[in-house]
Ligand binder design. Structure first.
Ligand SMILES: Nc1ncnc2c1ncn2[C@@H]1O[C@H](COP(=O)(O)OP(=O)(O)O)[C@@H](O)[C@H]1O
Ligand SMILES: [Ca+2]
Length: 467
């Protein structure tokens, strides 16, 4: 007699079908249960009113994860037209006006609903009380440096993972900041340069310093002030391209707290500035704006400011990036000697030729790249004491993963308590691992169930019985 295939009995078929349905159901439930609900976002807005410009940044992060694993990212940036907020001192209402233009522009963004709500809120706040800056305050230079450091390391995912951190170099118009973690610095030698954080369960001892008047624009004033001490009518400036010419008003040049006390007693209304385009000579002038001689600590950067030796990698942003990017010098694997040669060549290029080659670049920036490049190189190598080896560990950056490098994101993360001091509890298993385990368990259960039916299979009864 032909033996009946036990797998084809109706009972087994029904059990198999039910088993499969159970497994599918289990997996579906597991997947759905663990799938995040429709993603909702929270938004943060930071207005950066810098010395040379104002910008509005919008950040978003998953609403249910704001104290834990969610990541904040920049969704929009709007550069306010016109100069820095201090240029509105004589007519403050104009400062509000300039902001509104930026908001209006942003409202035309494509991604409507979320941004509409965000901007409506900003608009209402700003329109209802244009002079009630509840959330606005002046950051100290120390905070500016420290928040820039937080931004860079947060975006690089170095904080959560407890990785070695990256230093931050910010070059603004009025001031410049350097911040890094140093093994040789516990704050004891100079408390005012020390900032300590506890982030995601790790302690950080940060060295930070902000040099007021050493931003790109004020450094340029310091250099020009140095050259016009005797109230001359004409100066030959090696930091401008050959053939560059402009008339500069003395009062305008000295109208800044960084140089106002140096205004020559007797000076004509203005002087004529003529470029001679010589990198080496320009560097001599740039050196003269630093004081390298006084230092009451074990070691200093300049102007008697304590600084441990630079350590590890660095991210250099704002004007560091604008200038080095224009000069095609962002590749720091290029030896310092080559960088200097390229700068020498840029500085000595006739002004007419420069203008001809870069018709779209603002003339003010164009004229200043020789000075700015020389200043950046001098500040890094002679000011902060970067060597050719440590220089190669600098990265000139504008954005990290879509967000601008700068203090604003770090400031917002701090304000919203989005970086916990202690490491957040992580789930035992990642989502995929959880789903796999549930699936395997379900299959095992099913197999066990089938096996448990073995004794009732017809052919089994024919096996010899063990007594
Ligand atoms: N594309 C550019 N090329 C050269 N310089 C620039 C460019 N864009 C901005 N700058 C200048 O870089 C400096 C730093 O800019 P920023 O970081 O915005 O300064 P702040 O925060 O002090 O307003 C300013 O002097 C600004 O005028
Ligand atoms: Ca700035």
């Amino acid at each position: 007699m032909k033996e009946k295939n036990p797998w084809k009995t109706p009972v087994t078929i029904i059990i198999t079908v039910i088993g499969v349905i159970v497994i599918v159901a289990l997996v579906t439930v597991a997947v759905l249960q663990n799938k995040p609900l429709l993603q909702k976002y929270k938004y943060g807005i930071v207005l950066d009113a810098g010395s040379s410009h104002t910008a509005l940044y919008i950040y978003k992060w998953p609403a249910e994860k704001d104290n834990n694993t969610g990541r904040a990212e920049q969704t929009h940036v709007c550069k306010v037209k016109g100069g820095g907020i201090s240029s509105y001192a004589a007519d403050p209402s104009k400062a509000g006006e300039s902001l509104r233009a930026c908001i209006g522009d942003a409202e035309r963004m494509e991604n409507s609903t979320a941004s509409d709500r965000v901007f409506q809120a900003v608009k209402e706040t700003l329109e209802s009380s244009p002079f009630s800056y509840q959330g606005a305050r002046i950051l100290s230079g120390q905070e500016e440096g420290a928040f820039g450091w937080v931004t860079v390391n947060y975006l690089d995912d170095r904080l959560k993972q407890g990785l070695e951190t990256t230093g931050a170099l910010d070059l603004g118009g009025a001031s410049t900041q350097i911040s890094f973690v140093s093994d040789n610095f516990d704050g004891s030698e100079s408390l005012m340069n020390s900032v300590t954080f506890r982030l995601y369960g790790n302690d950080y001892n940060l060295y930070t310093h902000s040099f007021l008047c050493y931003g790109k624009d004020q450094a340029q004033r310091l250099a020009l002030a140095h050259q016009t001490q005797s109230g001359l009518e004409k100066i030959l400036d090696p930091c401008f391209n050959p053939g560059y010419n402009r008339i500069q008003n003395y009062s305008v040049l000295y109208d800044s707290p960084c140089v106002s006390n140096r205004k020559p007693q007797t000076a004509p209304t203005s002087f004529q500035l003529t470029g001679t385009g010589n990198y080496r000579e320009c560097q001599k002038i740039v050196r003269s704006i630093f004081n390298f001689t006084t230092c009451k600590y074990s070691r200093c950067s300049f102007n008697g400011v304590f600084q441990p030796p630079v350590q590890g990698g660095f991210g250099a942003f704002s004007a560091y990036y604008f200038v080095m990017d224009f000069l095609n010098l962002t590749d720091t694997s290029m030896p310092l000697e080559t960088v200097k040669e390229k700068l020498t060549s840029y500085c000595s290029t006739p002004w007419d030729q420069i203008k001809q080659q870069h018709q779209r670049v603002k003339e003010k920036y164009l004229a200043e790249y020789c000075f700015s490049g020389t200043y950046i190189l001098t500040l890094l190598t002679e000011g902060y004491n970067f060597t050719s080896e440590s220089y190669s560990k600098i990265k000139f950056i504008k954005k990290i993963k879509g967000s601008d490098a700068g203090w604003t994101l770090g400031y917002m993360l701090n304000l919203t308590n989005m970086i916990p001091a202690e490491a957040p509890d992580t789930p035992l298993l990642p989502h995929a691992g959880y789903v796999s385990i549930v699936t395997i368990m379900a299959i095992l259960l099913f197999i066990l169930f089938i096996l448990s039916l073995r004794p009732v299979w017809p052919h089994c009864s024919k096996l010899p019985q063990v007594v």
